[in-house]
Design a protein around this ligand. Structure first.
Ligand code: SAM
Ligand code: ZN
Length: 268
């Protein structure tokens, strides 16, 4: 049943669907939005009124990803999940649900959940696939049952290893995706010149050990709209001086490298 793995964020009791709401035995009630997601974010867990990616970032991310420039990545992540024979999946920090919905289609009989702290992103995600159970929630306080998932997917999103450990089954895997050194290097060179920002190269946790690391690399040909969306979907857009971003104005097309690392972790 949809939503059955969610728990009440207030009292941690199971939630049951009653009409258009999820309700626990202590009568805490959460409405299912018309788009088909549920907001399980408590005001106390929010550090701002609208946490996570803002509306412009979400719109740019959606437009960029929908062009399928990262289709090799989603195929490789799906292949990893198939290889480990995992079907109960959580996309933690699912954003606009691009990867979530394609992975659901690629994995036979998959039961898929997606959470993100950005309400706007979850709204977009929920419209893509009505069979995925989406909620607004932080990955650091996940309203999900213990020992339930057999894979947690984290693509460019915050890693909450304590919560991953709690909701993952003993033989479960975490599939993390993060940028390799060459990711978007041509774009960064245009913006930053030689003081290019290097990406962080690995994940670490005392609760998990790395069991496999794969690299997904290639080139994508981007037009000016793609470049604009790609830049606007990252926090760099907000931290980079305008005169550096202006270096992109005269670029009409660009061949850019993508360089992803997929790391598979298991419990220690
Ligand atoms: C770089 S985006 C990646 C989104 C998606 N995985 C993708 O690749 O399209 C990072 C996402 O993490 C979300 N996020 C940030 N902090 C979070 C938190 N504490 N809990 C859940 N999601 C969070 C943001 O709202 C954003 O959607
Ligand atoms: Zn409750």
């Amino acid at each position: 049943m949809r939503f059955e793995l969610f728990i009440c964020p207030k009292c941690k009791e199971n939630l049951f669907q009653k009409g258009g709401s999820l309700i626990c035995r202590n009568n805490h009630c959460y409405d299912i939005a018309k788009e088909g997601y549920v907001n399980l974010m408590l005001a106390n867990d929010k550090h701002s009124l609208n946490p996570g990616d803002n509306d412009d970032m979400v719109a740019s991310r959606d437009m960029f990803l929908n062009q399928n420039h990262y289709s090799n990545l989603v195929k490789s992540v799906s292949d990893v999940i198939s290889k480990y024979k995992k079907t109960i999946l959580l996309d933690a920090g699912c954003g606009t649900g691009y990867y979530t919905s394609i992975i659901k289609k690629n994995i036979e009989n998959a039961c898929v959940y997606g959470i993100d702290i950005s309400k706007k992103a979850v709204k977009v995600a929920a419209k893509k696939d009505k069979d995925i159970s989406f909620a607004v929630s932080s990955v650091f306080a996940t309203p999900l049952k213990d020992n339930t998932f057999d894979a947690i997917i984290s693509i460019f999103s915050p890693l909450a290893f304590d919560e991953f450990d709690r909701v993952l089954r003993e033989d479960g895997i975490v599939v993390c995706v993060y940028p390799g050194e060459k990711h978007l290097i041509e774009l960064k060179k245009i913006i930053y010149g030689d003081e290019t920002i290097l990406n962080d190269k690995s994940v670490s946790s005392d609760k998990f050990k790395s069991v496999e690391k794969l690299s997904v690399q290639g080139y994508m040909d981007l037009d000016n709209d793609d470049i604009f969306n790609l830049v606007r979907m990252t926090p760099y857009f907000y931290t980079t001086p305008k005169e550096k971003l202006d270096n992109l104005n005269c670029v009409s097309t660009l061949s850019i490298q993508y360089d992803f690392i997929i790391e598979v972790l298991k419990k220690n």
